[in-house]
Design a protein around this ligand. Structure first.
Ligand SMILES: [Zn+2]
Length: 335
């Protein structure tokens, strides 16, 4: 009987206390001070490491419960080449962590309506890419797990709890592969003007495989794709050269407006139609073909990953990299 009584008490304690612990862990508070430029991030004591987040796995359709820091490891592994400089990996880890907290603050427990119940998903086209260790081993081989995964874990551990804030709020840390020399103002690509997402030079991307890219189409293919996109589209295929004109470019170099035939289009629209790597492009026309030459890869807003690696190769640390690509931000830490 005594044993039964003890079991009942233990059960009640479990029921009452466990939610209290979970609620405490759910709270994300931010310390206002800028992380000291001279301090070693590894020495900062943070207690957010127990924070758990819900992530919708778009490949298995399951909602996973993951520790924040573990989630970050597999995002960095999926989003950035592991051979990159450690300081670039650390910048990516802070960006990935900031994104998670930004989404958590925006959606709370209900999660993102696009995958309700989970604040994040594993799809880079919607949130940020996340790959499990098994998936990473399949893509890169088992040796990669032993050689490269520890580097990524180190980058996450060394930046534990650090996020980027602006006016004491987590920022939306957009990032992309390669800017093509200059990043974009947020309002030139998306609708909102965001104070910390300004166009800045990104001069060290020379090793990016996407710095320049070509896409060649036949004139017929080009016209058919334009007509599929826009029903009233008309163009004289014999005078193509005189009917394509770039009207405006952004500060970062992307095509803002282009006249093709009887209509005008946004550069981002053309990028989507022809699946170009970037909206920063020129078009060359010969007799039967049309060639897009793009500069960079991605939307061009926020941190350029190849630019971050180039800065790290030249001695910049992750704080300098982040403060360059996200203007006016503060590096804060979660309490
Ligand atoms: Zn998502």
């Amino acid at each position: 009987m005594r044993k039964f009584f003890f079991v009942v008490i233990a059960f009640i304690v479990f029921i009452v206390l466990v939610p209290v612990i979970i609620v405490t862990r759910e709270e994300v508070r931010i310390e206002g001070d800028d992380v000291n430029e001279d301090s070693d991030a590894t020495e900062i004591e943070v207690i957010e490491s127990d924070l758990m987040i819900k992530v919708y796995n778009h490949r298995t359709s399951e909602i996973m419960s993951l520790y924040l820091e573990d989630y970050i490891v597999n995002v960095v592994a999926a989003e950035m080449p592991a051979s990159f400089e450690l300081e670039a990996l650390k910048a990516q880890a802070v960006a990935a962590r900031t994104y998670a907290i930004w989404k958590k603050n925006m959606h709370g427990k209900e999660g993102d309506p696009a995958h309700s119940g989970a604040i994040l998903c594993t799809d880079h086209a919607h949130c940020q890419e996340w790959l499990s260790n098994d998936e990473l081993a399949k893509i890169h081989g088992k040796l990669w797990i032993y050689i490269y995964l520890p580097r990524i874990k180190e980058s996450v551990k060394n930046t534990r709890g650090i996020i980027m804030t602006y006016n004491m709020k987590p920022i939306e840390p957009l990032y992309h592969s390669t800017s093509g020399g200059k990043t974009e103002n947020s309002e030139d690509v998306f609708s909102n003007k965001v104070s910390y997402l300004r166009s800045v030079p990104s001069p060290f991307e020379e090793r990016s495989p996407s710095l320049l890219n070509e896409k060649k189409l036949s004139v017929n293919e080009f016209i058919n794709m334009m007509k599929t996109h826009s029903k009233n589209f008309e163009i004289n295929e014999k005078k193509l050269g005189t009917q394509i004109e770039i009207i405006e470019r952004s500060r970062g170099g992307s095509v803002q407006e282009i006249k093709i035939g009887n209509q005008t289009f946004k550069g981002t629209e053309i990028r989507k139609i022809f699946q170009l790597k970037a909206a920063d492009f020129v078009i060359e026309i010969d007799k039967n073909h049309l060639t897009f030459t793009t500069k960079g890869h991605g939307h061009g807003v926020g941190m350029s990953q190849w630019g971050a690696n180039g800065m790290a190769e030249r001695g910049s640390n992750f704080k300098q990299i982040l403060k360059h690509y996200y203007q006016g931000i503060t590096l804060s830490r979660l309490k």
